[in-house]
Design a protein around this ligand. Structure first.
Ligand SMILES: [Zn+2]
Length: 72
């Protein structure tokens, strides 16, 4: 029981997807932490790119960079 609880606790700490804008090559300190899915990160990153980097649409190569920069 104690072991199970410990595993659940560490599992919870490990969960959450992370993304740093500078990992895509931008000089930008924007970060996403604790997203529940890659899709959520992509949506937040797209909204950030539109607002902060004036990208109305995300070019395919940028989407690839963002996807590669997402860590879980
Ligand atoms: Zn940025």
């Amino acid at each position: 029981m104690l072991i199970l609880l410990a595993e659940m606790g560490s599992g919870k700490r490990m969960s959450g997807y992370k993304f740093k804008c500078k990992d895509t090559g931008m000089k930008c300190d924007f970060e996403i932490k604790g997203a529940s899915s890659k899709d959520e990160v992509m949506q937040e990153a797209a909204a950030h790119a539109k607002f902060a980097h004036k990208m109305d649409t995300i070019p395919p190569e940028m989407a690839t960079k963002v996807s590669a920069a997402i860590k879980d």
